[in-house]
Design a protein around this ligand. Structure first.
Ligand code: SF4
Length: 322
């Protein structure tokens, strides 16, 4: 592993709330509110949090599939938000995304061969015979066979469809892949096969991943480092083992306490969070987690904690660690 491949700096995305016949902007949904992190070549950064915490929006902002409200994203040192459309189109070959629902992302009217050929045609890579050879290679890479190429997406199981989705993403030899909840729509029995495939491909092809999921158990399996998000912010980020063994932020601790432990003798304390996640259109003042935090103090209601570095490259945004 060496140097950052991707640096996300203070990125924000606010969506306007429009009302009335004139569609007047009456407020903002702060989906992502000042997120920073970096991802080194060859590593996997996990991003976790409940629905609506901004993790998928962060993934899309990292690829500029959404235009940001503020901030910078540097890919190999270049700020992608400053690139012209053609430059962006070229760089997109290196940055790809795997979606949660492979069925929705595969064109049902195309055969698998045509689906895998499409990106090669769009980017004018190779000619007919070399593209067919590449399709064969891609099918093999994801554990499918040559004869699968003539079939249509509906003829496959969920796990196989996700393999096709992965093969399509690999077609252009990307450097960075955002895996946006790639196994959450799959049966539990299939999930580990797809996760293992992603790990194998990372080893073989030197890929870098951002792995987005709502459960810490899935992320633990694949990540070198993990960032925990709450209401559009990263509240804690650390090496995977460090976070699992020594989580500091009360929200991370609550998420961890919900992860099943295989040892029947061990009965870790379950931390049940009360109340709903507040609306990102009207987040609480001070620490955004204070309305649900079992350790809330007076300062938490008025002053927002910033991410601070603790020993062991462990960063946390909580007044208890100021
Ligand atoms: Fe809880 Fe306060 Fe820490 Fe926020 S800053 S997580 S409210 S203790």
């Amino acid at each position: 592993m060496s140097g950052p491949l991707l640096e996300v700096k203070e990125v924000k995305k606010y969506f306007p709330i429009k009302r009335g016949v004139l569609s007047k902007t009456v407020g903002w949904i702060k989906a992502v509110d000042g997120v920073s992190f970096q991802v080194n070549k060859g590593e996997t950064l996990g991003l976790v949090g409940e629905s609506g915490c901004g993790k998928s929006t962060t993934g899309r902002l990292a690829l500029r599939l959404l235009e940001p409200t503020a901030g910078e994203v540097l890919f190999e040192g270049r700020n992608i938000y400053e690139l012209a459309p053609e430059q962006m189109r070229q760089i997109r070959r290196d940055m790809q995304i795997i979606f949660q629902d492979p069925y929705a992302s595969l064109n049902p009217r195309l055969t698998v061969e045509d689906i895998l050929m499409e990106p090669l045609v769009i980017y004018r890579m190779g000619d007919g015979p070399s593209r067919r050879k590449r399709v064969k290679e891609l099918l093999e890479l994801v554990g499918l066979s040559d004869y699968h190429g003539v079939r249509y997406p509906h003829e496959f199981s969920g796990g196989q469809r996700q393999r096709i989705g992965i093969a399509r993403v690999l077609a252009l030899n990307p450097k960075l892949i955002i895996c946006d909840e790639p196994v959450s729509a799959l049966d539990v029995s299939i999930q580990s096969q797809v996760l293992n495939l992603l790990l194998e491909l990372q080893d073989r092809l030197g890929l870098t991943y951002i792995f987005i999921a709502h459960g810490l158990n899935v992320v633990k399996h694949v990540s070198d480092r993990v960032g925990v998000m709450y209401l559009g912010k990263i509240v804690e980020i650390a090496d995977s083992d460090e976070l699992y063994l020594h989580a500091k932020h009360p929200y991370s601790r609550a998420l961890l306490s919900a992860v099943p432990v295989p040892d029947p003798e061990s009965k870790p304390e379950r931390i049940i969070l009360t109340g709903d996640v507040p609306s990102p259109a009207n987040p609480p003042a001070g620490c955004k987690f204070h309305t649900r935090c079992p350790q809330c103090m007076e300062i938490c209601k008025v002053e927002e904690p910033v991410l601070r570095e603790l020993p062991g490259k462990h960063m946390v945004a909580c007044h208890r660690y100021s």
